[in-house]
Design a binder for this molecule. Sequence first.
Ligand code: ADE
Ligand code: ZN
Length: 322
Amino acid sequence: MSFSPKIELHLHLEGAAPPDFVRRLASEKGMNLSRVFDERGSYTYRDFEGFLQTYEAATQVLKTPEDYARLTREVLERSRDEGVIYTEIFLSPDFCGGRDLSAWREYLAAIEEAAGAVEGIEMRGIVTCIRHFGADKARETARCAAETAGGFVTGFGMGGNEARGTARDFVWAFDCAREAGLGLTSHAGEFGGPASVRDTLDHLRVSRVGHGVRAAEDPTLVERLAREGVVLEICPGSNVALGLYAKIDAHPIEFLMAEGIDVTVSTDDPPFFHTTMRSEYDALERVFGWDEDRFRVINQTAARAAFCDAATREDLLKRLEP
Ligand code: ADE
Ligand code: ZN
């Protein structure tokens, strides 16, 4: 695929850690991560809950702001080499100092400084709470987000296990982030069905939904997403790797786009799913025949939906011009 400038809106920092990077840190710290990798050295898990467990186990090696600075450099260099010019990355105060505000500020400063040192790619942070850690921790995370909002931190989001809690439980956290001027996104409609997307829109009032693909099962919701201009951060390779769809051919991205929904393409946790931005694009070209114009449209959608200032958005849109 010759189309090169890409915008990625949905990438988890810990989830983007290459296995070699995690092994190196583990050996430096004398930690044993035997249940994290398979015999070939890849991340191992059986299903979505297993994936979340492996993710959290691998994250144990990230202990200091300097570890996060190293990870940020590694991840951004890889994204840039895939043609990504702008990326929004989920950052987790849960893992960066246990939601303690002064510790969080130190981790964040290290991440921001590292991001500034990588040329050829622009990054913004989306502070993220983790649903299965519960509403109290989400509130503390939202406070961290609100206290550090502006400049580098431009969004607030929620990942984790959709089966835990309801959208209503997280209203306080999202209201707090909204009042701080942050853009809002939440994972929904991945392992939860259409109702999870509807509840997320009604209660958390997000402009973007992480995944949201299960909305395809409900025509009324499809129509609503199109009408309200809700942007879906779709990660096809992630959905296939986690077993939502048997293969990309069965993925609803083409259908959702044809129904008038604003879709974007991201990788989620690329080494966990053996994917990269280039391979996502290649698969969409191969399976659905997407061409340069189609890729330009999804990247323009991403630029318009990005949690960034007007000057950055203008610059991105200019760089996407043919
Ligand atoms: N955290 C990291 N990746 C995730 C995913 N695909 N769904 C929910 N939470 C996540
Ligand atoms: Zn995600």
